[in-house]
Design a protein around this ligand. Structure first.
Ligand code: ZN
Length: 452
């Protein structure tokens, strides 16, 4: 059997094939609007199933809706139970404005060492790396002590009710594994000569808050005979805009800022100065630190008014709230009550989209990740920092099942994460990251599943 290094060398020679696989996946427009029927993920799972079968690997599709398949493939080890699970998702978010894109969003056009397209980064890049890793293991007849599992789910972009959430509730055996790697971390931060990677160990929570403002409708020609709900809305918006969230520096990431050559010891009192210092070194790091130092409250949608000559009776404002791991619903209610104090005719409802969650930082998978990334990009000076992500992913479902799950994609340090534009215009992935990512996934499987 070839050595791990032999297989990593093979990846370089397979660049063209890796790029083609990524392009094929991006060219299947599995757009998830959040409203059924949508997603069409089965088109992707059909493609993957055929592709795996050509490689001599089996797979299975489990679906709550026939058009929204979830694909599961097991690379069998001597022990049936999976030690490692490769996670990803097949759906992509809609394209907001086609005209702003430099290339047709589902063309997977290559330019300047990058592949452009909706889903090129989120999450078809990681999926490509994981599929290629499995195929390369198989092509080399690698025998594993413990099984390796690949699961790519539907509906990640709208809550996972047809994907990992549904699998976790209805087919938990399909997710059986000790460890898992998923999107949502493993991004490089280079400051001067020092290279650090943020390992996704946890995620902020997300809530949707629906605030209703009630007035009294009347004819717009005599507005004083009613009460216009839009003024209450205006007051609330003003108060949200000036809301100063309580600062917090208790997450583990704050103990690691020395790795980014930030010498001040962060406290809730000096955290703004610390973030300003980070801003000069890495705007992206500063943005993350800002998100990890407070609850974030953002108005996102407004609805109201029924006729241009009627004083509106109700307005509805939807806000997105991101909480830190220890910020409970009670905490959020207290904040909202303060923000909305003095606004007339107001009430609100909280809808939990994702509860904050995390895995430990000190595990065999974290060790394997360090080794894999170092081998893949040929650097032995990488520092690792545990980071809670400001977004959320399917990892919350697997963490709930007791599976240690990290956000880790094996990105290349030369591939600037600012260019990835996940969910944005001109989303893309650097080909260098597809290569290093594939190497990382091979090395992880090799180490964690015990290649013989
Ligand atoms: Zn994603």
């Amino acid at each position: 059997m070839p050595s791990l290094q032999d297989m990593l060398d093979q990846v370089d020679r397979l660049t063209e094939e890796i790029v083609e696989l990524e392009q094929s996946l991006v060219r299947i427009p599995s757009v998830n609007t959040g409203y059924m029927p949508t997603g069409d993920e089965t088109k992707v799972t059909n493609f993957i199933g055929d592709w795996l079968s050509n490689e001599g690997l089996t797979s299975q599709v489990l679906a709550r809706d026939p058009e929204r398949g979830n694909i599961i493939s097991v690379y069998p080890g001597e022990q049936e139970r999976s030690r490692l699970m490769f996670m990803s998702h097949t759906d992509v978010v809609p394209v907001e404005n086609y005209d702003k894109w430099r290339f047709e969003p589902f063309s997977a056009t290559i330019e300047g060492g990058r592949i452009y397209g909706r889903g090129a980064n989120d999450c078809k890049a990681l999926l490509t790396c994981q599929l290629m890793a499995m195929a390369i293991l198989e092509r080399n007849d690698v025998r594993l002590e413990h099984s390796l599992r690949l699961v790519s789910g539907a509906d990640e972009e709208h809550g996972g009710r047809w994907g990992f959430g549904w699998l976790a509730d209805n087919h938990p055996e399909s997710l059986e594994s000790d460890f898992a790697v998923n999107e949502g971390g493993g991004t490089p931060v280079e400051i001067g000569n020092s290279l650090s990677y943020l390992l996704g160990t946890g995620e902020k929570g997300r809530m949707e808050i629906k605030i209703t403002f009630r007035g009294e409708s009347t004819h717009a020609s005599v507005p004083w005979t009613g009460r216009n709900a839009s003024y209450s809305l205006a007051k609330a918006l003003g108060s949200i805009e000036t809301y100063e969230a309580e600062r917090d520096t208790s997450l583990p990431i704050w103990d690691h800022l020395g790795k980014f050559t930030i010498e001040q010891r962060p406290t809730p009192e000096n955290v703004e100065a610390v973030i300003a210092e980070a801003e000069e070194k890495s705007p992206r790091l500063a943005s993350l630190l800002r998100a990890l130092s407070r609850m974030v409250l953002t108005p996102t949608m407004i609805n109201g008014g029924i006729k241009s000559n009627s004083v509106p009776e109700t307005f509805e404002l939807v806000c997105d709230v991101r909480t830190l791991p220890f910020q409970t619903e009670e905490y959020v209610r207290k904040q909202l009550d303060e923000v909305l104090a003095g606004v007339e005719g107001v009430e609100y409802e909280i809808d939990y989209m994702s509860v904050p969650n995390s895995s430990e930082f000190d595990t065999p998978l974290a060790d394997a990740i360090r080794r894999a990334q170092s081998l893949a990009v040929e650097r032995d000076d990488i520092q690792w920092v545990p980071a809670v992500s400001n977004g959320f992913t399917d990892s919350r479902f697997t963490r709930n099942l007791g599976i240690v799950t990290y956000g880790f994609a094996g990105s290349h340090p030369d591939d600037d994460p600012m260019l990835s534009m996940a969910h944005g215009t001109n989303e893309s992935v650097g080909i260098a990251s597809l290569i290093s990512g594939t190497k990382c996934m091979i090395a992880l499987a090799h180490d964690m599943c015990g290649a013989k």
